[in-house]
Design a protein around this ligand. Structure first.
Ligand code: IPT
Length: 958
């Protein structure tokens, strides 16, 4: 016997629902009316699914004392917590796993909206009317004017209901009961916030008699003849016109004509129209052919290289309810950062996003709303994906995706879902999709046998493994060995990083089988929070959560590009600009798959000690895809002792739909005259002066040898520093192996190094301070000698470090740290890498130049504070009245808090400026890697504990 009222049995039913119309293409009519029901709705939230009866659906019900919410939206992100709060888990179900049962505590939002039909609407007897829900999480039941219309699951998929028989001209009452948890939740275990609500549009559509129902645009391109073939299959007969191509054909008829093809690089769309007896529907047709040929994914006869991102829908205030401008912002940011592909992880996006992908040009892997990741905890036992009872729900999801999105040229691959194990349900989905749409490929990552897929896909594979796959040495099933390879996720962009992008790209470009990759992920899912800045998992008191694992994007939550995106843009730039080492020639290579370079102009300049000498145009031919040319450069200045570089930039020649003329697409740089060595004659001797020693401009404590002042500038606590506030990638994910250095560094005590003074030795031409730097409880240590010399105006520090004991792990950083008074040190100028941060394996985008910025601008606001802001290859830097020249060049960072404070902070709002600016001058930094989910840094980016010596020359500026 069930304690539940039968009225809510549907919540725990594996059935996808009842009452909805069959799925069909999503389109906007030219002439049929539609009424948006977005806006303010009445809301009542109950604690359980059956706390309230359905009286609220009745026309006479008085809901005036209910709260209000905005639809589209999630109720937990509205009302300052009075309607409950968000929950973040990566793969764990936030309820007991007992499919298809869900907890009795099941937040349920009753939504109610009263509407009239607008003036001028067709008579209710003319044709039909349909209510469309584009997305409701996770299960809804609806009533119109008191009549029960049915219920549905499948949160990020559309559902339509015929309502013509129930509508009235005025006072229609639409009642929607939304349950946070349902059997459908078992299929929606994506790594994201659980956010119930009607989060996409609600629309009333007039469906005129003789109107369009469903249609399928088949528009292929024959790259041999240059002809496109168009056939529009339509449930309702009609005509198809495409004026620019002179096409006027019956539905179902194939027309062949020369066309310009659609590609992500050249997104040619032809405007057309489908006209039936009762309706006109605009078409935007892109001709392109996707195929698996010669073991490769080819579009229009050519293999493509995906430079992709995984995009979740996210807005820091509205969650997964996105407006058109936010969607457009995503597309523009992608295009401006050289991204050419999107995987819609892990569900079909709002359909308007795909319109934008068609229009601006992005390859799309459209992924079904399916993930059952939490079953991994029980070795996939009871996985719905391998349980026939769930197959109808899976097929329903596949059909709703394919039918909705089938007319988008940008969609080149269907993905069955993410992290759902393997099973008969997935096979059934793949078979259904192939039967319905043979013009696209099928993707799914979770089955290494590739039985259901057209592409071998993996996530987070190491560089080494990807290289082996590229060489075809990875084995696998016979089918798999024949397939092309993509990394549907790699380069986990959590916090500082991802590292190693350039190394991956080199491997992708070296092997045909490797057809690119998709960074995980596009944007941090931080939630705007009054006290915390951006909230992440745990900030709402969740019982189970995965912390800031939800902030792992290339964009910060407010869509500001992180350094990771700037690095990605450089690494995937479609034009390679490389010096040949002579300084006189540049090699330009066209890395586009389809375009020549005629849309770009090239600009060239020299810089002397970082100062540009004026830009000139550089003539580069149009160059076919894959082609390259050597271009002679004008002779440069001799530098007269200064360092000289050339820089060549490829800029958009004309305005495009996604960026204005002059937008930089690619660049290259080469040093022509190297930097002269930094010399300081050691001509002064340390002079005792009471409790102090002076050496040139330097004043030291005579007993400790500690530097106190340089000229008039007070300097505090200058000493060796090896600690950094561990990054998410240093810390690594809990399931990673024992080479996660963040935790190991702490175990070793590198965050609590003690400095023992062994000797202060004033000599004839130097002051030498001998120390040993080591953590309590360990035999390992770093013998550290500071040797100070001066020529009277400048002060040179040479630091020699010799490790002692058995160092089995690399160091986070090695260099010196000191404090300057905040009041004077608020601005930095430097000649070196910039403008943004860089680390050993994230430095491709670091451009040598003369940069400046405030201390604040040097910080990178990772949602969870961590090491950030280092500038690479710094020759010299000036701040707080000091100039520091490095010998060799160094890593520079400066902040208004200590590394220890940065390390302890959980949110940016925990960081408050003190009265000291802490400066780090590093000789080395350990690589960043991607171990917050993937592999750590490559061995060549390790900062091994080895004997080193490095120098800085300090002088006073005026
Ligand atoms: C992988 C998931 O597919 C993705 O949704 C996200 O969770 C990502 O990891 C990490 O942020 S699954 C992981 C077990 C490799």
């Amino acid at each position: 016997m069930s304690l539940r009222t039968p009225a809510v049995d549907y919540v725990e039913s594996v059935s996808p629902g009842s009452g909805a119309l069959p799925p069909r293409a999503w389109y906007a009519s030219s002439d049929a009316k539609s009424l948006s029901l977005n806006g303010r709705w009445r809301l009542r939230v109950s604690a359980t699914a059956d706390a309230e009866d359905d009286a609220f659906a009745a026309e006479g019900y008085d809901a005036r004392d209910w709260a209000e919410v905005t639809v589209p939206g999630h109720w937990v992100l509205q009302g300052d917590g009075v309607f409950g709060s968000p929950v973040y888990t990566n793969h764990l179900y936030p309820f007991p796993v007992d499919p298809p049962r869900v907890p009795t505590e099941n937040p349920t939002g009753d939504h109610r909206r009263v509407f009239d039909l607008p003036e001028g609407w067709p008579d209710l007897s003319e044709g039909g009317f349909v209510l469309r829900f584009d997305g409701v999480e996770s299960c809804a039941r609806l009533w119109l004017n008191g009549t029960d219309l049915g219920e549905f699951k499948g949160s990020r998929l559309p559902h339509e209901f015929a309502v013509g028989h129930l509508l009235k001209p005025r006072g229609n009452v639409l009642a929607v009961r939304v349950h946070q948890w349902s059997a459908g939740s078992y299929l929606e275990d994506q790594d994201q916030w659980w956010l119930p609500g009607i989060f996409r549009d609600v629309t009333l559509l007039h469906r005129p008699a003789g109107g369009v129902l469903d249609f399928f645009v088949h528009a292929s391109y024959d790259h041999v003849t240059g002809e496109g073939a168009l056939r529009v299959d339509s449930d309702v007969d009609g005509r198809v016109t495409v004026p620019a191509l002179g096409i006027d054909a019956a539905t179902g008829e194939t027309v062949t004509t020369p066309v310009r093809p659609w590609t992500a690089e050249t997104p040619t769309l032809y405007d057309g129209e489908l006209v039936t007896e009762g309706e006109r529907v605009p078409l935007r047709i892109g001709f392109r052919t996707v195929e698996l040929a010669d073991g490769l994914i080819k579009v229009n006869g050519r293999p493509v290289l995906f430079k992709g991102v995984n995009r979740h829908e996210w807005h820091p205030e509205t969650g997964r309810a996105l407006d058109l401008e936010t969607m457009r912002a995503d597309v523009l940011l992608m295009k401006r950062h050289n991204v050419n592909a999107v995987r819609t992880s892990h569900y079909p996006p709002h359909p308007a996003f795909l319109d934008l992908c068609d229009e601006y040009g992005l390859w799309v892997i459209d992924e079904c709303d399916l993930e059952t990741h939490g079953f991994v905890e029980q070795d996939w036992r009871d996985n719905p994906v391998d349980d026939e009872r769930w197959t109808p729900a899976l097929l329903d999801r596949a059909a709703r995706m394919v039918e909705r999105d089938k007319n988008h040229p940008s969609v080149v691959i269907w993905s069955l879902g993410n992290e759902a194990g393997t099973g008969r349900g997935l096979t059934a989905m793949a078979e259904w999709i192939r039967g319905r749409d043979a013009s696209r490929l099928v993707h799914y990552e979770g089955d290494v046998s590739c039985r259901d897929t057209d592409v071998y896909s993996r996530m987070y594979a190491s560089h080494e493994e990807v290289e082996r796959i590229g060489q075809g040495l990875d084995g696998g099933t016979h089918r798999r060995r024949e397939l092309p390879f993509i990394l549907c996720e790699y380069a986990h962009a959590m916090g500082n990083g991802p590292g190693g992008l350039a190394d991956y790209q080199r491997i992708f470009e070296a092997h045909d089988r490797l057809q690119g990759a998709f960074v995980w992920e596009w944007i941090d899912h931080g939630i705007r929070h009054p006290e915390l800045g951006y909230a992440y998992g745990g900030d709402f008191g969740e019982e189970l959560h995965d912390g800031n694992f939800v902030c792992d994007g290339l964009l910060f939550p407010d869509r500001t590009p992180s350094p990771g995106l700037v690095e990605f843009k450089k690494v995937i730039e479609p034009v390679r600009i490389e010096g040949d080492g002579t300084g006189g020639t540049v090699r330009i290579t066209n890395g586009y798959d389809f375009s020549d370079l005629s849309h770009l102009r090239f600009e060239f300049f020299h810089q002397v000690d970082g100062v540009p000498t004026g830009a000139r145009a550089l003539a580069v031919g149009p160059l076919a895809p894959g082609g390259s040319a050597e271009v002679k450069l004008p002779a440069g200045p001799d530098g007269e002792g200064d360092e000289v570089q050339w820089t060549v930039r490829a800029l958009l020649a004309e305005d495009t739909s996604w960026a204005p003329a002059g937008h930089p697409v690619a660049w290259g740089q080469e040093t022509v005259v190297p930097r002269a060595p930094v010399t300081v004659a050691a001509s002064r001797r340390p002079v005792p002066d009471g409790p102090s020693l002076t050496l040139g401009p330097g004043v030291f404590d005579a007993r400790s040898g500690a530097l106190k002042r340089i000229g008039g500038v007070d300097v505090t606590r200058l000493r060796l520093d090896v600690w950094r506030a561990t990054t998410d990638n240093d810390d690594g994910a809990s399931w990673q192996d024992d080479t996660r250095y963040g935790p190991l560094w702490r175990t070793y005590g590198l965050h609590r190094m003690r400095h023992r003074l062994d000797g202060v030795e004033p000599g004839d031409d130097a002051l030498t301070v001998r120390t040993r730097v080591a953590p309590a409880g360990r035999e390992t240590g770093l013998r550290t000698v500071y040797r100070w010399t001066s020529d009277g105006t400048r002060l040179r520090l040479t630091v020699s470090v010799a490790p002692e004991g058995d160092w089995t792990l690399p160091l986070p950083r090695i260099g010196v740290r000191f404090g300057l008074a905040q009041a004077s040190a608020d601005h930095v100028q430097w000649f070196g890498g910039g403008p943004g941060e860089a680390y050993p394996d994230t430095r491709a985008a670091s451009m040598l130049g003369w940069w400046d910025g405030s201390i604040e601008e040097l910080q990178t606001p990772y949602v969870r504070p961590q090491e950030n802001g280092a500038r690479a290859d710094v020759r010299w830097a000036e701040l707080g009245g000091l100039r520091i020249d490095g010998d060799p060049a160094f890593w520079f960072s400066a902040r208004r808090w200590t590394t220890e404070q940065l390390d302890a902070a959980r949110h940016l709002t925990d960081l408050t400026p003190g009265d000291t600016v802490w400066v780090n001058l590093d000789h080395g930094q350990h690589g960043i890697g991607s171990q917050s989910c993937g592999p750590g840094p490559l061995p060549r980016y390790f900062l091994n504990a080895e004997p080193v010596e490095f120098s800085f020359v300090f002088s006073v500026t005026d």
